[in-house]
Design a protein around this ligand. Structure first.
Ligand SMILES: *[C@@H]1O[C@H](CO)[C@@H](O)[C@H](O)[C@H]1NC(C)=O
Ligand SMILES: *[C@@H]1O[C@H](CO)[C@@H](O)[C@H](O)[C@H]1NC(C)=O
Ligand SMILES: *[C@@H]1O[C@H](CO)[C@@H](O)[C@H](O)[C@H]1NC(C)=O
Ligand SMILES: *[C@@H]1O[C@H](CO)[C@@H](O)[C@H](O)[C@H]1NC(C)=O
Ligand SMILES: *[C@@H]1O[C@H](CO)[C@@H](O)[C@H](O)[C@H]1NC(C)=O
Ligand SMILES: *[C@@H]1O[C@H](CO)[C@@H](O)[C@H](O)[C@H]1NC(C)=O
Ligand SMILES: *[C@@H]1O[C@H](CO)[C@@H](O)[C@H](O)[C@H]1NC(C)=O
Ligand SMILES: *[C@@H]1O[C@H](CO)[C@@H](O)[C@H](O)[C@H]1NC(C)=O
Ligand SMILES: *[C@@H]1O[C@H](CO)[C@@H](O)[C@H](O)[C@H]1NC(C)=O
Length: 540
């Protein structure tokens, strides 16, 4: 059996060794379109340019198999470069990515001094050596989303998932080798507080910071401590080795997977092991106010009732209210249940031995309460956003969400896509209107200054009257007067009018920043009621 497996791999190696020159000398260079990579001796791995989007990135990929899998990317968060860039291993031993005229230059591997040679190894490690053949830099020390046999992940080191299979920029999740010897999965950018953010871990209590993650070339994945003891096995030893390639990758969906690829079968990557057990466990896969559901192992995110996706194409951006949440009058709201869901429990008030009905009632009575969790006669009151939600049929927690009772606007019935278009158009209209308004004001003041060498009070007064009128329409909820005969969404119009009133305040320090304006228009943040323009007239 071993021999059968062995043979094609040798053949594969033979095919690729012919054109191989594994030691790269200073003065060599690569281009995306001519000589684009330096292969390892067997030809299995290569270092160089690979296509990403409409350009090229520099990295390490499996070149010897039909599925050209990328295992490492240099400067992963930088945009791809165009085809006229070169990767220059300069005469003084530096690895530089530069534009055609050399204007734009980035040093890829940073280490003191220069290297005497570079080498793509058959392990998938790209190394730079000094004149005594000692490694001065290796890609294995700077992992991206993939971990390979013979690589070490020691305390303080992490793998970060990619945005997607085709975009290798840093995504949502990370695998971290902790100081306490635990290997853990977390959302990227959260503190290492296991109980709150961690969604998987392997290890043994009482270890020091000398624990290292190891992967053998037979797919054995384990944690080894400084004394040489295996403290945790994740995947077992004894799998085929010859002609089979293994890799551990933290995937864009937050799952950690050990894959194998049998070069003899020229087939696909097969999953040998994965963690955690449930594809909904990765925290933050669904953004705020959304929760994860599993249908036939297919992951889906859903929004809280009467909420909608901020971006239907990107679930991780979360969900926002689809109703007006201003004011606190009890009769404007009702509580909607989301059964069998678990969330981060960030309560501010707890009521014990109560009923679900009384829990709802307690939340409705409380202006600060935006949601409540009910389980085993315990009611906990919460504020939005709710995070890390997922359906769990075995958990009896009911999330109770405070939603508006007012009839949805026409907007609420539009299909999501056209709604988004609608919204973009609105932003455009309000942007253009604000600009036009600003220009008119400038023109008026300009003319006035030119004529009288001082600001003309009549014109200023007229402007103030216009502002006043808009404000009155807003106050009396008659904004439709502003857009006679045009079919517009009232909710959006009100939002825009409010933002507009804030933006034209005479006192600059009171005007919101552009960023805040955008968030307000999006509905991401609530817009406070603007002060009446008249209250500031006296200061003119
Ligand atoms: C590589 O960089 C060196 C030093 O900056 C430069 O002299 C050389 O022309 C570059 N090589 C190529 C092929 O552009
Ligand atoms: C470094 O390695 C190269 C090729 O692997 C070899 O030719 C050279 O003699 C070595 N140099 C030293 C100083 O060991
Ligand atoms: C090569 O690197 C090793 C290890 O970093 C160092 O000890 C040695 O002095 C270096 N040799 C030269 C010639 O720089
Ligand atoms: C991994 O760690 C071992 C033990 O410290 C070391 O001998 C080996 O060189 C390391 N491997 C890499 C690729 O750095
Ligand atoms: C990759 O994703 C990042 C983050 O979402 C984005 O900024 C970048 O433009 C994407 N790159 C490509 C090549 O699509
Ligand atoms: C892990 O697996 C190795 C080899 O299969 C075995 O010798 C060892 O006892 C296992 N250790 C633990 C902690 O399960
Ligand atoms: C590889 O995967 C694709 C899609 O997942 C499937 O259609 C194809 O049959 C697989 N090929 C082999 C050899 O397993
Ligand atoms: C209330 O929230 C705190 C964290 O803020 C949590 O530790 C506690 O378990 C929660 N209580 C209940 C009854 O859920
Ligand atoms: C629920 O509310 C009703 C009416 O306020 C009250 O009579 C009843 O005792 C409450 N039940 C519990 C279990 O708190």
């Amino acid at each position: 059996m071993m021999q059968i497996l062995f043979f094609p791999f040798l053949l594969l190696s033979a095919v690729f060794t012919q054109q191989v020159q594994s030691v790269v000398k200073p003065g060599s260079f690569l281009t995306p379109t001519t000589k684009s990579s330096w292969p390892s001796p067997s030809g299995l791995y290569a270092f160089g340019f690979y296509k990403q989007g409409s350009g090229y990135s520099v990295g390490i990929f499996l070149a010897g198999i039909s599925q050209k899998t990328v295992v490492w990317t240099a400067d992963r968060d930088k945009p791809p470069v165009p085809a006229d860039f070169i990767l220059n291993f300069t005469r003084d031993g530096k690895l530089v990515l530069q534009s055609a005229q050399g204007v734009d230059q980035t040093r890829l591997a940073s280490f003191p001094g220069g290297a005497s040679s570079a080498s793509m190894l058959d392990t998938g490690n790209f190394v730079l050596l000094n004149s005594t053949n000692r490694t001065v830099w290796q890609s294995f020390d700077y992992p991206t989303d993939t971990f390979l046999p013979t690589q070490n992940l020691s305390h303080g080191q992490a793998l970060y998932s990619s945005v997607s299979d085709t975009n290798k920029s840093i995504g949502l999740f990370r695998l971290f080798m902790q100081e306490d010897g635990w290997l853990s999965l977390y959302p990227a950018g959260t503190p290492y507080v296991g109980l709150v953010y961690g969604y998987w871990g392997a290890g043994l209590s009482g270890q020091k910071n000398d624990v290292v993650l190891q992967l053998e070339d037979d797919g054995h994945l384990y944690l080894l401590n400084g004394a040489g003891d295996i403290i945790a096995n994740m995947s077992l030893a004894g799998n085929p080795t010859k002609g089979v390639v293994y890799r551990l990758t933290i995937d864009p969906d937050g799952m950690l997977r050990l894959y194998s690829y049998d070069t003899n079968k020229n087939g696909n990557w097969t999953i040998k092991w994965s963690a955690p057990d449930n594809k909904c466990y990765p925290k933050g896969l669904c953004g705020i106010n959304g929760y994860c559901t599993l249908n036939d192992l297919e992951v889906r995110c859903q929004c809280l009732p009467e909420f909608e996706f901020v971006n239907v194409e990107d679930w991780s951006s979360g969900c926002q209210r689809n109703f007006n949440a201003e004011g606190c009058e009890k009769d404007r709201y009702t509580m909607k249940p989301v059964p069998n869901t678990v969330w981060e429990n960030d309560n501010y008030s707890i009521i014990i031995s109560t009923t679900q009905g009384n829990c709802s009632e307690a939340c409705l009575q409380d202006c600060n309460c935006e949601a409540a969790m009910f389980k085993d006669e315990v009611c906990t009151k919460q504020r939005l956003p709710l995070r890390f939600g997922r359906r769990d049929q075995s958990d009896s927690t009911v999330a109770l969400i405070k939603v508006g009772t007012s009839t949805p606007t026409i907007d609420g019935y539009l299909p999501k896509e056209s709604k988004k278009e609608h919204y973009r158009l609105n932003i455009l209209i309000v942007g253009v209107s604000l600009l036009a308004f600003a220009l008119v004001v400038m023109a008026i003041s300009g003319i006035a200054v030119y004529r009288n060498r001082s600001v003309d009070f009549d014109l200023r007064e007229e402007e103030a009257i216009l502002e006043e009128w808009v404000y009155q329409c807003f106050e009396s909820r008659e904004l439709s007067k502003l857009v006679k005969n045009e079919e517009v969404d009232q909710k959006q119009l009100e939002r825009m009018a409010k933002v507009g009133l804030w933006c034209i305040l005479d006192e600059p320090s009171l005007r919101p920043s552009m960023k805040k304006v955008l968030l307000m228009l999006e509905g991401t943040i609530d817009i406070p009621v603007p002060p009446s323009p008249t209250s500031f007239l006296s200061t003119i």
